[in-house]
Design a protein around this ligand. Structure first.
Ligand SMILES: CC1(C)CO[C@@H](CC(=O)O)CN1
Length: 431
């Protein structure tokens, strides 16, 4: 057994019923990164980084047992990679007891931005709250100061709405009504009409989004007098698929009509400048073709039925491994000054854990997912992208850099009525 190996645990959601099976593309991406960092002679001074992976099925209980198996079976692990908000919550809450850092590549829940509960958590996946400054920026750009919120009663959306409400209060945007539903949105949508809501932020998973859109069609809450903000990470034709299977009594044509013109916000996960060389020497497009090759070898195919879940997030897993390698490299350099190395780490060694924490906390490099850096809460700092559905296609409208408060706008927006819809009924006084 070579003793110059450094070991980390990897918890990937591969197969399961609920949640996100993003490990399908994220595990191959992490393994690509392992090969790349281990091929670098200038990293980890001769040590090899080894990843010990297991499937969590995106279930917190299974994720916890996978974590215990990784910790109680040799070799000793230095850090844990994990995906899925529910699994990261469980793993990150426990890992501090073993002085282990946890790096989450697939967790969007705002609840994870809590250093008190998760003192050793970092995530290359941005929190769902990253959309909110972008939504506010757009409302200010188009003069909307009276909005409504429609949300599914899920933890991630509840905490995202709380963050959005705080932002709105700060900038004087009035929330006329906040409607939530468990699975049937019909009452909630009817109440939106009753409150004369015109600019509506919708927060729900994609199946619920189709139900909302069909209700929106029935209540005519769309067209030139309405603006909808939807989440941007649904599949491109989400509004016209699975209609029969999900028992929707709207036709594809009706869904398209109701969807026309809506805006979406999403966090950028692939470096936008496709030919910009990143720390690995690859551009994000080079990464895409290597990932596609690795996925084909793993039995998936990109242009077909066996499309892997987590493809969108794969750069986050790739960059998570680079974050670990660079942080370990920095820590090794520091430890070597005292004649120590990461091989001296034990689950009770808080001193070395603090060194690793400091190294990850000061991460800053250009990865295939863009600039990789973390906030003081361990959250990924990310750009967001704004799109609009026009003639059944998503058109890029612009990008927003929250840190710099810089909106890059492409002036491609189009409004059904030919002008920006007002956020309230406009009374025209007869002269
Ligand atoms: C953008 C999305 C789909 C949000 O959920 C993440 C999974 C989770 O938060 O559990 C994966 N990425």
């Amino acid at each position: 057994k070579r003793d110059d190996d450094l070991h980390i645990g990897g918890i990937f959601p591969m197969e399961g019923e609920g949640g996100w099976q993003g490990g399908q593309a994220c595990k191959p991406a992490a393994e690509l990164a392992l090969a790349d960092v281990n091929a670098r002679s200038d990293l980890l001074s001769g040590f090899k980084l080894l990843l010990h992976s297991n499937d969590s099925k995106c279930e917190p209980g299974l994720g916890a047992s996978v974590m215990y198996n990784l910790l109680y079976n040799p070799p000793q692990k230095l850090l844990l990679l994990a995906g899925c908000s529910t699994v990261c919550t469980t793993v990150a809450e426990a890992a501090k007891m073993w002085n282990l850092m946890v790096l989450c590549y697939g967790a969007s829940s705002p609840a994870l931005s809590d250093r008190a509960r998760f003192p050793t958590l970092f995530r290359t996946h941005p929190s769902a709250t990253v959309h909110n400054p972008t939504r506010i920026k757009l409302m200010q750009k188009f003069g909307w100061s009276r909005i409504a919120i429609l949300q599914q009663a899920e933890e991630v959306f509840i905490s995202t709405v709380e963050d959005l409400e705080a932002h709105c209060k700060k900038v004087g945007i009035e929330i006329v009504t906040r409607q939530s539903f468990l699975s049937d949105p019909s009452d909630a949508v009817r109440n939106l009409r009753r409150q004369d809501a015109r600019v509506i932020v919708g927060l729900f998973y994609v199946v619920a989004a189709r139900r909302v859109l069909c209700e929106v069609y029935k209540h005519k809450l769309y067209g030139k007098s309405y603006v909808w903000f939807f989440i941007g990470w649904y599949e491109d034709n989400w509004f016209e698929t699975n209609l029969e299977r999900e028992g929707l009594d709207c036709t594809a044509e009706q869904m398209r009509e109701a969807a026309e013109g809506h805006l979406t916000t999403e966090a950028l996960m692939w470096n936008q400048n496709a030919n910009q060389t990143t720390i690995s020497g690859m551009t994000s497009e080079d990464f895409r073709s290597r990932l596609n090759e690795a996925l084909r070898e793993a039995g998936y195919n990109i242009d077909g039925e066996r499309f892997p879940e987590g493809y969108q997030e794969a750069p986050l897993a790739y960059d998570a491994v680079w974050s670990v390698a660079l942080a370990f490299n920095k820590t090794m350099e520091k430890l070597e000054k005292n004649g120590l190395s990461l091989k001296n780490f034990t689950y009770t060694n808080k001193k070395i854990a603090d060194d690793i924490y400091e190294a990850i906390n000061s991460t800053s490099f250009l990865g295939v997912s863009g600039l990789v850096a973390f906030s003081s809460q361990g959250d990924r700092i990310a750009l967001t992208q704004i799109e609009q559905l026009t003639d059944n296609h998503y058109v890029k409208l612009g990008y927003y850099d929250t840190q710099a408060d810089n909106l890059t706008w492409l002036d491609r927006e189009r409004w059904v009525g030919g002008k920006v819809p007002p956020d309230r009924t406009v009374v025209v006084n007869e002269l």
